[in-house]
Design a protein around this ligand. Structure first.
Ligand code: ATP
Ligand code: MG
Length: 435
């Protein structure tokens, strides 16, 4: 173990959230030890503002609850305390320990070596071995403002290296989610994944499929909405992890590696990275709409070729793709609903005449649908002229809009040039128009 005294590191209390400091001091005052740990220490050492502050202590959850009035106990996999200060929540965990005996039911491994339950309390010396990367296992001690390092994390931090604590393959088997965490941190921090870890990742990437799809959703959101989505995507593909998270998408990429689906996804990720950089909001459903668009197209085209009516073919294809996807990474219903709406709007953009465009514009997902149309057009999957028309239409005055939506004069033969979309055929009236 090495202790870096206050003068040997750059973490100052002024960078630490006031509420986190309150929690640390209060625990100390009650006679407990209290440390900041994990991502916040790592980020503070880099001079970055941490996303949140995690505290560890030797007080157990019940004791923590007694210290703080504004405290709630949460967690199934591991019990934690959440101390609430308005909108800020400080997470307070008890040191985790090693299970004493193999028949201890507080810690359970499955046949692949995955840790299913892990609810044993311990000391800081035990807690450290449970953490994933050495740079995530540095403890900032409120008692003397020192940084406590059991795993050579400070040196790895200086070398900008992500190294797992212990044997990489064993640690990835225990919790395969650590592989996508490695990618997330590598991209976010600009650190390199240590060679032994990288080797182990290539070897056991497929174990990610054993993780419950609901747990992966949270991780996937962090991966792609972090502001470095594109780089993350490339690195996940490099390690064979992307196919475990989005198998249906991965298949479609294999079909046309240099072509359209890849460009669509890349462009979507680039756009959302740019938006985040500009401080704008991004939505998960838009990205997932892009991830799964081509798979839906492929299936729908197959169905149409088999004689399924177009409208039904697209509906069925969307259902199939979504139900396959959620087996790997669960997507909540409100997300899949929004994706269906974005997809459904794409066909509707073809109707430019009459009252349809103005009705379409009042659709709650119009903007996302239009952005998606532009994305498709930019990557060769939709008519650029159509996308531009909709861009112009939105900006136009009411008068101009009326002009834009006037159907072209009928040709000599009296045939309308209007496209019918995929509405079921309706009996024609004597005037030759639809009933
Ligand atoms: P950030 O919050 O910036 O995304 P973080 O490192 O704080 O990064 P959290 O998910 O908040 O990530 O986890 C806090 C700490 O808990 C980590 O730094 C690590 O020490 C430990 N940890 C989290 N997940 C795991 C895991 N799957 N295996 C081992 N340790 C973990
Ligand atoms: Mg954190």
């Amino acid at each position: 173990m090495r202790v870096y005294s206050r003068s040997e590191h750059n973490i100052s209390r002024s960078q630490i959230s006031e509420n986190a400091l309150k929690v640390l001091y209060k625990l100390q005052k009650e006679g407990y030890s209290a440390y900041l740990v994990g991502g916040c220490v790592r980020d503070l050492l880099l001079g970055r503002e941490p996303k949140d502050f995690d505290v560890v202590t030797n007080a157990d959850p019940e004791e923590i609850k007694k210290v703080f009035r504004n405290c709630r106990l949460i967690g199934r996999r591991f019990r934690l305390a959440h101390v609430h200060f308005g909108r800020e929540v400080i997470e307070v965990a008890t040191f985790r320990g090693a299970a004493e005996s193999s028949n201890d039911d507080k810690q359970v491994l499955n046949t692949e070596g995955r840790l299913l339950r892990d609810n044993v309390y311990g000391t800081i010396e035990e807690d450290v071995w449970r953490r994933d990367f050495t740079v995530n296992a540095l403890y900032y001690n409120i008692k003397d403002f020192s940084v406590v390092d059991y795993v050579n994390g400070m040196a790895d931090h200086k070398a900008a290296q992500l190294k797992l604590i212990g044997d990489p393959e064993t640690r990835f088997r225990e919790d395969p989610v650590r592989m996508i965490r490695a990618v997330r941190f590598a991209v976010k921090l600009g650190f390199t994944i240590d060679a032994n870890c990288a080797e182990a990742m290539h070897k056991v990437a497929d174990l990610l499929s054993s993780i419950p799809s609901a747990r992966l959703y949270d991780e996937v959101i962090k991966l792609f909405l972090s502001g470095y989505g594109l780089q993350t995507f490339e690195m996940l593909r490099h390690y064979g992890l992307f196919k475990e998270l989005f198998p249906v998408t991965d298949q479609s990429l294999a079909v046309e590696e240099a072509g359209f689906p890849r460009q669509l996804i890349i462009k979507a990720l680039q756009n959302s990275d740019n938006r985040i950089a500009d401080g704008k909001t991004v939505t998960a459903y838009f990205l997932f709409s892009a991830f799964l668009w081509e798979p839906v197209q492929i299936r729908a085209r197959e169905k149409v070729a088999r004689g399924v009516p177009e409208y039904m073919a697209y509906q069925d294809a969307a259902n199939e793709v979504i139900s396959q996807q959620v087996k790997s990474t669960a997507l909540p219903r409100h997300i899949t609903m929004a994706m269906r709406e974005v997809w459904g709007l794409q066909g509707k953009f073809n109707s430019r005449y009459g009252s349809k465009p103005s009705r379409l514009m009042s659709h709650p997902r119009f903007r996302a649908g239009y952005d998606f149309l532009v994305l498709r057009a930019e990557t060769g999957g939709a008519d650029m002229e159509l996308a531009e028309w909709w861009g112009k239409y939105q900006e136009a005055s009411e008068n101009e809009q009326r002009k834009m939506t006037q159907p072209p004069r009928k040709a000599e033969g009296g045939k309308s040039t209007r496209k019918r979309g995929y509405r079921p055929r309706v009996k024609k009236t004597s005037q030759g128009t639809e009933a």
